[in-house]
Ligand binder design. Structure first.
Ligand SMILES: O=P(O)(O)OC[C@H]1O[C@H](OP(=O)(O)OP(=O)(O)O)[C@H](O)[C@@H]1O
Ligand SMILES: O=c1cc[nH]c(=O)[nH]1
Ligand SMILES: [Mg+2]
Length: 211
């Protein structure tokens, strides 16, 4: 597993406002969208391209185009949905799949309630979106879903990660496949309810309210 922690003052500033408990949902949603766009720039550094001949008003030259098949972006519902527009703004031709996973708040196990993915992800670059990587259980389950479908190039874009969760992902994935995690910050630890500390609370609730 490769870990990329973004080091940028705008990311640090926006993340601090996001963490603030007094930031209301409309601003929280806007900040998540902006942060994802900044992270997407890093996360797509290895997106596959191929040469393409183009004609400018002056001459012909060789440009690049994104290779086929197009990448697939998979938000992990609910909270990952708040990251979708920010990601597809940079990758407008990407396809979108959906995974619904909810962490059981007693056992902390990820439970799947929705799965709308293509059967075959061979040769597709996969971008998983989830703001929080806490125990790592949700991300490991999501990675397993895409590996089962043949993916071998997977990038997870997260806002916050706990060191414990990163270790769980590293142990589960090892070096059997190229998995990259791009994150705005790695926080201190998990608390006894497995929330990230200092964190930002429950990302889904802060985006969409308590349901
Ligand atoms: O690393 P883990 O310990 O598995 O926890 C992280 C997961 O918890 C949150 O989702 P949640 O289960 O609260 O669902 P929600 O997005 O519907 O709020 C978060 O968005 C991640 O998906
Ligand atoms: O801190 C955390 C941990 C899991 N899920 C969240 O939304 N926040
Ligand atoms: Mg939640």
């Amino acid at each position: 597993m490769r870990l990329h922690v973004t080091d940028h003052p705008l990311v640090a500033h926006k993340l601090s406002v996001l963490r603030d408990e007094s930031t209301p949902s409309p601003i929280f949603r806007l900040l998540v969208d902006e942060l994802v766009t900044l992270l997407a720039y890093e996360a797509t550094r290895d997106v596959r391209t191929e040469p393409k001949e183009i004609r400018t008003p002056v001459t012909t030259t060789t440009g690049v185009k994104l290779s086929d098949p197009s990448p697939i972006v998979i938000p992990i519902l609910r909270a990952g949905l708040g990251m979708l527009d920010g990601m597809t703004r940079l990758l407008p031709t990407a396809e979108v799949g959906f995974l619904g996973l909810q962490r059981d708040e007693e056992t902390f196990e990820a439970v799947t309630y929705a799965n709308r993915l293509p059967d075959d992800l061979t040769d597709r670059q996969v971008f998983l979106l989830d703001p929080m990587l806490a125990t790592g259980g949700t991300l490991v389950a999501a990675i397993d879903y895409v590996l089962e479908r043949g993916a071998h190039d997977v990038t997870a874009v997260c806002l916050l990660a706990a060191p414990e969760g990163l270790q769980v992902v590293q142990d589960a994935i090892g070096d059997r496949v190229d998995v990259q995690v791009v994150v705005a910050a790695v926080d201190e630890r998990l608390n006894d309810k497995k929330y990230i500390v200092p964190g930002l609370g429950d990302a889904g609730d802060r985006l969409y309210g308590v349901v």
